[in-house]
Every structure is written in C-alpha cells, then in structure tokens.
Design a protein around this ligand. Structure first.
Ligand SMILES: [Mn+2]
Length: 305
C-alpha cells in the first residue's frame, strides 16, 4: 500500500505519510510513504532534523492500493488516482469530493493537523511512535497550528505535541518552533514564480477554479519587496490557466495578519466575501491566518449564493 500526501507537499502531508506508513508496518500491513513533488523547505528542514530520508516522489498511482493523508479531493491527487484503489483517508480539511466503490476507512477529524490524528491512531493500535518520526509529527503540528496560535488549534493538538516531544527528546519546543519557522521564512533567494506555487491549492467554487497559495512568514518585509514580481507571476499563471482567481496569501505568523495579492476576473467579489477591499491587486486581512477556516468557508458561501 502507498500512503500518499497531497500535491505541493507541506510538513503535514510529508510527516503524516511517513508516520502513518510506519504505523501500518508495525501492525503488519506493508506500506510505503510517497509524495507528489518536492517537499517545501520547512518540510525538508524537519526531515533533516529527524535525520530521515525523503520518501519517493510519485506522479502515478494507477492500479495501486492507496491511503490518503491530509486531503480528500480528487484534484489534490495524481491525475490517474481514479484508477487506484483508495483504502482509506486521514484528513482534517473540509470533506472533499472523493467517493469509492467499496467501504473506505476514514479518519477525518476537525483538529489542527493530520499528524494529530495519526498520533491517536498509534494509541488506537497500542503502538509507540519512533523517536525520529515523533520529531516529524511534532513539527507538522507546530506548522499547521502556527505553534498553537492559529484558529484550527485544538486541545488534542497540544496534547499530541506534548506526548511527541517527550518521545522525540525535545525539551525546548518553543526553540524548535522558532528554528522551524525561520527555515520557512527564508525566501530571499527564492524566485517569485516558485513562491506563488509553494503552497498553492486549487478550490472549485460554483464551477469556478480559484488558485490560492499561502506563504507563512515570520515577517512580511522580504515578501512585500517582491510584491511586483509576485503579482506579475500571478498574472502569468492566470493567463495560462482558466482560473477565476489567482491569489497569494502572505501571512505574518508573528502578528497573525495576512496581506493577499490577487489577479482575478472579479477581485472585488473575492475581497468583499472576506470583508476587505482591493487596491492595486492587494487586500488586507487583519487577524487572518488560516486558509481552511478563515478564508475558504467565506468564499464558498459567497460563490454558492
Ligand atoms: Mn494538514
């Protein structure tokens, strides 16, 4: 069985794929983790910290048995995923559009991170997480919950990190988080074209496609200095694809605010849905850090009405 994370691999899709596949191997089910593309710099940082190898990268799963982590949408899988047998899903996003012909094992909980669910699966199966993997899972939860400051955070996430830090032998969790956030904020030498795609997800809304990327940064100085190039890249993307909107969220994880860059056929509609106003392809979202909880539901409502 292949344990597969979503496109544009982030910490959670990488770490949870590795952790879940290790759990399956412990209980006698053969499993291998796999990614769809290169992991982002923060995920690579965690792999290095844990001294673990990067999983294989796949673009096809036709004919395979797969277990999905951190997504439940066809659009976030490989192009041929409908030709695979989906055995199960671990996810913490809104329920996607995947359906199956046979019963499927679902672990879909409204918590801050898929790794929190996987941590509880270890408990369910009476298994202990290996030290290096505990470090990965801890990092994934810190990333997804913005170190417990994001609105998706639950007590279960906090409890999981406490347990995992003990197993991983990490005493200074705050220091660990700081180092991790610095790794992802280092965008000085990253081209704008790459930045707009780094954590991009495509959302279907009333027949439209919205491409929404997000950069989580310790401050927005460097990102804003690249604003013109990033808007130009969003414009290029918009011309190539048939998106309704191409958006990049620049999220300040210290101040817990977001500035959005947008190219759209109706930018006002998007900004209004989020109680904001567009000026020069830009709009501000004070207090917003979570795409899945503070942005997508409001856009969905606006597009559905
Ligand atoms: Mn996640």
């Amino acid at each position: 069985m292949i344990v597969l994370g979503h496109q544009n691999p982030d910490c959670d899709s990488l770490c949870s794929a590795i952790a879940l596949s290790a759990l399956f191997n412990k209980i006698g089910k053969q499993a291998t983790p796999a990614l769809q593309g290169e992991p982002n710099p923060e995920a690579l940082f965690l792999l290095q910290k844990a001294k673990l190898e990067k999983p294989k990268i796949l673009s096809s799963v036709a004919g395979e048995d797969v277990f999905l982590v951190d997504f439940s949408d066809w659009g976030q899988g490989t192009l041929d995923m409908k030709e695979a047998k989906i055995l199960g899903i671990v996810d913490h996003h809104k329920l996607g559009d995947i359906t199956t012909n046979e019963p499927v094992e679902c672990w879909i909980w409204p918590v801050g991170c898929s790794a929190t669910i996987v941590y509880n699966m270890y408990k369910f199966y009476n298994q202990i997480v290996d030290g290096p993997i505990a470090k990965l899972m801890m990092g994934a939860i810190i990333s997804d919950t913005v170190n417990f400051r994001g609105p998706t955070t639950t007590d279960m996430d906090k409890e999981a990190v406490k347990g995992l830090a003990k197993i991983a032998g990490v005493e200074d969790v705050q220091g660990f988080a700081r180092e991790q956030f610095e790794a992802k904020s280092d965008i000085n030498n990253v081209p704008a074209a790459e930045l707009i795609l780094r954590d991009q997800k495509i959302f279907q809304m009333a027949g439209h496609k919205l491409a929404i990327g997000q950069l989580e940064l310790t401050d927005l100085k460097t990102a804003l200095s690249k604003k013109t190039q990033m808007i130009a890249e969003l414009e290029k993307l918009q011309a190539e694809k048939d998106y309704h909107s191409s958006i990049l969220l620049l999220t300040d994880i210290n101040k817990l605010d977001t500035i959005a860059l947008i190219i759209s056929i109706d930018a006002d509609k998007v900004a209004q849905a989020l109680n904001s106003k567009v000026k020069d392809h830009t709009f501000e979202l004070p207090g917003v850090v979570s795409r899945k909880k503070q942005i997508i539901p409001f856009l969905q409502t606006a597009f559905d009405s």
